[in-house]
Design a protein. Structure first.
Length: 666
C-alpha cells in the first residue's frame, strides 16, 4: 500500500499527501489565514474533526464560518458540551445525559445531585458565566476511542449512572468515541467538534429556559432538568435572533387570539378549538376562498364519515402504523346504568378518522371507473382527529381536532407529472394570495420502514422530480432539496415550506405519490386495453389544516389581516351623540355593500375608540360628527397606518369595498 494519497479540493485541484494527513495539516499548508479560520474538514461529504487522519483518496473541503449551516451545527454541538462541563463544575454531583444541537441552539439534560432540587432559571446567569470562562480558556477538544467496557467502568466509577446505562446498551465491538475538553472533562459523543472551545464566541450564546424531561423520553423513567440555550457564530447573529424572538412573542397567535376574541381552548376539550364569532369569520372567508380556487381547478367536493370500522384501517395499513395516534371507540357498551361503562368482550372497534384518504378510495370504488374518467379529483374540508401527546399541543399549531383542506387525485401513471405540476401552480397562486409567502420545495424520499417495492419507490420519486422540473421550480432559488428517509411509509412527498414575515419557516402544503393504498384497498379502473389497472393516488393539501394555517396567518400579519379576511372590516365611530343617527345610516350602507361593520356609539372620547379598535386590528374606522352628518362625509382612518382623510361617504365605501374584495375576485 502506498504511503501517499490524493486529495481533491473544491476548486478541482489535487494534492498528493502522506497517508494520515489531517484536514488541519492541509489548512496549515495552504496558509496561516486558513489554518486559523478552519473549523472542521469535510471528507467525501462527511464532516470530521480537523485532527482526524485521512487514510484514503478523498474529496476534501475545509469548513469555515462562511459555511454557515455546517459551522452552526458544529458550534451548537460544542455549546451543549460546554454547558454540561460548566454545570458539573458549578454543581458537583450532577449527572450528565444527552445534549444535542437544535434548529436554533442546543440543550442538555441533567440529573441534579440528590441534595438539590431541579435547576431553575435563577441558575442560568451563573452557568452562562462559567461557560464563558471555559470558552475563553480555549481548551482543546480532543477525540479518544474507548472500548465499551472501559467506558462503562469510567462512568460507573464517576457515579454517572445514566451514561453507564447507555454505554452498556450500545452494540458489542462498536467504536465508542469520547471527547476531552482539556485534560479534565470528557463526554461520550460521536462528534465532530471544533478544534477548541476558543473557536466559540463567548458573546454568541444565551441560555433561555429550563424544563423537565424524562430520561430517554419515557415518563416511566427518572425526571431530568433540561437547560435550553440558543447559540450562534457571533453576537450579531445572536442579537438578530433575540429580536426575532421578541417579535414572535408580540405576534403569538394565542395572545392575539385572546386580545382579538378569535378563539379559545380549554381542558374540557383539550386540543380542540372553540371558534368565537370573530374567529369563525376568518375561517369561513378562508374556506370560501379555497372553494373558489378548487372549483375551476376541476375538484369535486365530497363529505365522508367521521367514524369507520377498525377493519377498514387495518386494511389500509394505518392501524398498524398509526394506531397510537388514533381515537378508538367500541361499538358495543352493554353497561349503561352503572358508573363507568363496561365494554363487551365481543365489541367491534371503530376509530375516529385521523385522515380522509381511505374514505376517498371507497368513493372511488363506487361504480366502474374507466381510463376516460381519470383524473378524478376529490376534495374534502375533512374534520380529522389525532391523539397527539398532551405536551405536544400548542394553540392552533398542534391540535387533536382539525379540518384539512384535503384532496386526492386518482390518475393514470401517464397523467401524474401533469397533475403534480398543476397542483404546484395552484399552490403558488394560493400562497401569493394569502400572504405573499415565499416558500421552499423539498422532496421527502423513502423511509427505512415502508410499504411497496424499490421499483415502485424509484418511479414515484422520479415522477415527483419530473413534475417539479416541468414547472421550473427544481432550482436553488426555489429552495429545492431532497430529504432522504423523510417520506411517508406509503409514498414519497413534496413538502412546501412557507417563510413568514419574520423569517420563520412552516411546513404546510404537501403532495404525495401513492400506489400502495389503491393496491391495499383494491381500487382499479378499466384501461384502454380492457383490463383492470391500479390508479395512482395523489394525496394533496395546500393549507394543511385550517387551524394551523390561521395560526400562521395571525402571526404572519401580527393580527392585521388583509381587509378581505379581517373579522371586522370597518368601524363607524361617533364623536358626539348628535351623529348617532347618521352613524347608523353609514353602517347600513356599508353592510349593503357587503362590508363587515361594527358601530361604536359609546359616549367616549374618539382617541379611546381609536386605541381600542386598533387593538382589535380593524382595518378602517369611519369617524363621524355633526359636520360629517351635515355634509354626507366621513373621516376615513386607516387604523394600522394612522392616516386619516375626509371624503364623501360613497367614495369611502368604494375604497373599502375594493380593499375588501378577495384576491381571486379582483
Amino acid at each position: 500500500m502506498s504511503d501517499l494519497i490524493t486529495l481533491t479540493l473544491p476548486d478541482g485541484s489535487q494534492r498528493e499527501v502522506a497517508r494520515g494527513t489531517t484536514g488541519g495539516d492541509v489548512a496549515a499548508s495552504i496558509g496561516p489565514g486558513l489554518a486559523k479560520a478552519a473549523l472542521a474538514a469535510k471528507v467525501d461529504g462527511e464532516i470530521v474533526d480537523l485532527s482526524r487522519p485521512i487514510l484514503a483518496d478523498a474529496a476534501l473541503a475545509l469548513v469555515t464560518a462562511k459555511d454557515e449551516a455546517d459551522a452552526l451545527e458544529l458550534a451548537r454541538h460544542d455549546f451543549a458540551h460546554v454547558l454540561a462541563e460548566a454545570v458539573q463544575g458549578l454543581f458537583p454531583g450532577t449527572q450528565i445525559t444527552f445534549g444535542p444541537s437544535t434548529d436554533d441552539g442546543f440543550y442538555y439534560d441533567f440529573a441534579p445531585a440528590p441534595d438539590r432540587g431541579p435547576f431553575t432559571e435563577e441558575d442560568l446567569p451563573a452557568i452562562e458565566e462559567a461557560m464563558r470562562a471555559i470558552i475563553r480558556a480555549d481548551k482543546p477538544l480532543r477525540r479518544d476511542v474507548w472500548s465499551r467496557q472501559a467506558l462503562i467502568e469510567r462512568w460507573t466509577q464517576q457515579g454517572e449512572a445514566f451514561k453507564a446505562e447507555w454505554a452498556a446498551q450500545l452494540p458489542e465491538g462498536e467504536e465508542l468515541s469520547v471527547y476531552w475538553s482539556g485534560d479534565d472533562w470528557l463526554d461520550m459523543c460521536r462528534g465532530p467538534h471544533l478544534p477548541s472551545t476558543g473557536k466559540l464566541d463567548p458573546q454568541a450564546f444565551k441560555l433561555t429556559r429550563v424544563s423537565g424531561a424524562y430520561w430517554r423520553g419515557d415518563p416511566k423513567n427518572p425526571q431530568l432538568s433540561r437547560i435550553y440555550g440558543t447559540g450562534w457564530l457571533n453576537k450579531k447573529q445572536l442579537d438578530a435572533h433575540l429580536t426575532r424572538l421578541e417579535e414572535a412573542a408580540k405576534r403569538d397567535h394565542r395572545k392575539l387570539g385572546r386580545e382579538m376574541d378569535l378563539f379559545h381552548l380549554q381542558e374540557e376539550a383539550h386540543g380542540s378549538v372553540f371558534w368565537h364569532p370573530r374567529g369563525f369569520v376568518i375561517y369561513r372567508a378562508l374556506e370560501a376562498y379555497m372553494r373558489r380556487r378548487l372549483d375551476p381547478a376541476g375538484y369535486d367536493e365530497v363529505k365522508t364519515p367521521q367514524i369507520m370500522d377498525a377493519r377498514q384501517w387495518e386494511q389500509s395499513g394505518h392501524w398498524g402504523k398509526y394506531r397510537e395516534n388514533m381515537f378508538v371507540i367500541p361499538d358495543e357498551v352493554p353497561n349503561t346504568e352503572d358508573e363507568g361503562p363496561v365494554v363487551s368482550n365481543d365489541a367491534q372497534w371503530m376509530a375516529l378518522k385521523p385522515m380522509n384518504c381511505p374514505a376517498h378510495v371507497l368513493i372511488f370504488r363506487q361504480g366502474i371507473k374507466s381510463y376516460r374518467d381519470l383524473p378524478l379529483r376529490l376534495a374534502e374540508m375533512g374534520c380529522c382527529h389525532r391523539n397527539e401527546p398532551h405536551g405536544a399541543l400548542h394553540g392552533l399549531m398542534r391540535v387533536r381536532q382539525f379540518t384539512q383542506d384535503d384532496g386526492h387525485i386518482f390518475c393514470r401513471p401517464d397523467q401524474l407529472v401533469a397533475e403534480v405540476a398543476a397542483f404546484c401552480d395552484l399552490l403558488d397562486v394560493v400562497y401569493k394570495d394569502l400572504g405573499g409567502f415565499s416558500y421552499a420545495i423539498k422532496l421527502a424520499l423513502r423511509p427505512e420502514k415502508r410499504f411497496g417495492c424499490d421499483e415502485m419507490w424509484d418511479w414515484a420519486e422520479q415522477s415527483l422530480r419530473d413534475a417539479v422540473a416541468a414547472t421550473g421550480r427544481n432550482t436553488p432559488e426555489w429552495g429545492w432539496e431532497e430529504l432522504p428517509g423523510e417520506g411517508a411509509f406509503y409514498a414519497p412527498k413534496l413538502e412546501f415550506h412557507l417563510t413568514d414575515a419574520i423569517g420563520r419557516t412552516w411546513q404546510v402544503g404537501t403532495i404525495q405519490t401513492d400506489t400502495v393504498l389503491p393496491e391495499r384497498l383494491d381500487a382499479s379502473y378499466v384501461g384502454e386495453d380492457g383490463n383492470r389497472h391500479r390508479p395512482v393516488m395523489l394525496h394533496r393539501a395546500i393549507l394543511g389544516s385550517y387551524e394551523r394555517f390561521i395560526g400562521i396567518l395571525i402571526e404572519h400579519f401580527a393580527g392585521w389581516f388583509p381587509t378581505w379576511l379581517a373579522p371586522c372590516q370597518a368601524v363607524v365611530a361617533t364623536i358626539v351623540s348628535d351623529a348617532d343617527a347618521y352613524a347608523g345610516q353609514v353602517a347600513e350602507q356599508l353592510k349593503a355593500a357587503g362590508i363587515r361593520v361594527e358601530c361604536d356609539l359609546r359616549n367616549e372620547k374618539i382617541n379611546l375608540k381609536v386605541r381600542e379598535h386598533s387593538l382589535q386590528k380593524a382595518p378602517y374606522m369611519l369617524v363621524v360628527g355633526r359636520r360629517e352628518a351635515d355634509e354626507g362625509t366621513v373621516a376615513l382612518r386607516n387604523l394600522k397606518g394612522g392616516e386619516q382623510k375626509v371624503m364623501p361617504l360613497a367614495e369611502a365605501i368604494a375604497l373599502i369595498r375594493a380593499d375588501a374584495t378577495p384576491p381571486d375576485l379582483r
